[in-house]
Design a protein around this ligand. Structure first.
Ligand code: CTP
Ligand code: MG
Length: 380
């Protein structure tokens, strides 16, 4: 008995908004495609695993699958149906008895789902894992509700969809001109009885940008915190930049860049959270490029370092310490500006002002201090 798994991965993932196909996105340290392939490579009853790809993605494919023991890849087609069909044709070379056809876009199919499918395949030509529907289902006519469907007669199809190899190969050939979105639809056309087995709610399909957002978030379990602190002296001849906003005030702050003490503290907090040194390491005060530079770019650079690690900023909090100017009237502008620089929601950004009760250098109004904290979530 020979069983082959075909993983269709020749799509472009146009609905994700990524600029590369979703199956090559890394979740934690493995790509979605590698996760999907490993489900079958790790299953003792599967003899071969063959992936169907767009030949233009060959480089992405090679780095995604690394040293895995897969059959040589097969070129997909314009549609999913054509990609499967090409895979089946190529798989004939291995004389399989059973075939499991799986979307690369479902990287979390659990092993016991595969067990259920394989067991059912012993007595059925076609097997579909499918989930019952929890919501009440309505039919539509235009934008009007036309009726209520019998939920007990409806299930949501998942993959792997499993077949006796010869049956599904023949169905694909016979109905090549009919357009369908899954392989069971062809079995239905060919009057092959299809056995339903229980699907698994964790066997999610990645389709949209929101799906990616949700899945990625699941892996960001390494929570890190960083702190930042900075001080700049007042200078009468410069504008005052604080929290990315220009504030009308009688003096500004002295510094090599625009001296935005709040953004500097925030930048250090973010760098601290990812262990990337301090602001001076990335933007040397002796480098002429940063003379008078807007501190926006320092903060954006730190945020990019978090993004590069596959991480997300959970929240940041900055306290600006001075007797004057008052921070309150500019708080929301600063929050808005910082949120847009970091590409996060405004409610993840906090800006606070305090005085030192006229004590010390801030009390004597010689300068402004700022301290900040940042929490980021990284993949383990
Ligand atoms: N697929 C394929 N060949 C195609 C189209 C799709 O092999 N010509 C694969 C996809 O790579 C995916 C699976 O079929 O693993 C299910 O398709 P879907 O989720 O629609 O993925 P895409 O077609 O890549 O995405 P989109 O429709 O958003 O472009
Ligand atoms: Mg598609």
């Amino acid at each position: 008995m020979t069983t082959i798994a075909l993983i269709v991965a020749a799509g472009s993932g146009s609905r994700t908004g990524l600029d590369f196909p979703k199956q090559y996105l890394s979740l934690n340290d493995k790509t979605i495609l590698a996760l999907s392939a490993d489900i079958f490579l790790d299953h003792p009853a599967i003899d071969h695993v063959q992936v169907i790809i767009n030949p233009e993605d060959e480089d992405l494919y090679r780095s995604a699958i690394a040293e895995r023991a897969l059959l040589p890849w097969v070129a997909g087609g314009e549609t999913r149906q054509k990609s499967v069909s090409n895979g089946l044709e190529a798989a004939q070379a291995y004389s399989p008895d059973y075939v499991l056809i799986h979307d690369a876009a479902r990287p979390f199919a659990p092993a016991d789902l595969i067990d259920r499918c394989l067991e059912a395949l012993e007595d059925h030509e076609a097997v579909l894992p499918a989930l019952s529907i929890q919501d009440t289902l309505k039919s539509l006519e235009g934008d009007k509700i036309a009726g209520t469907l019998d939920r007990d007669k409806i299930v949501a199809a998942q993959t792997p969809q499993c077949f006796h190899f010869a049956s599904i190969l023949a169905a694909h050939k016979t109905f090549a001109d009919i357009s369908v979105t899954d392989d069971i639809a062809l079995a239905e056309r060919a009057n092959i009885p299809v056995k339903r087995v229980e699907g698994d709610p964790t066997n999610l399909k990645i389709t949209t940008a929101q799906d990616i957002e949700k899945m990625t978030a699941k892996f960001l379990t390494d929570v890190r915190t960083g702190l930042g602190f900075d001080v700049h002296a007042f200078d009468v001849n410069t504008p005052l930049w604080l929290g990315g906003v220009e504030i009308p005030y009688e003096k500004g702050l002295k510094g090599h860049s625009d001296a935005d003490v709040a953004l500097h503290a925030l930048t250090d907090a973010l760098l601290g959270a990812v262990g990337e040194g301090d602001i001076g390491l990335h933007f040397s005060p002796s480098d002429a490029r940063w003379k008078g530079a807007s501190s926006d770019q320092f903060l954006v650079h730190a945020a990019k370092l978090v993004e590069k690690r596959g991480g997300k900023i959970s929240n940041i909090d900055v306290t600006i310490i001075c007797e004057a100017p008052k921070i309150g009237p500019y708080r929301n502008d600063m929050r808005q500006r910082i949120a847009s620089l970091l590409k996060i929601d405004r409610d993840r950004v906090s800006v606070k002002g305090t005085t030192t009760e006229k004590l010390g250098f801030t009390g004597r109004q010689e300068g402004i201090a700022a301290q900040a904290a940042a929490t980021v979530r990284l993949p383990e």
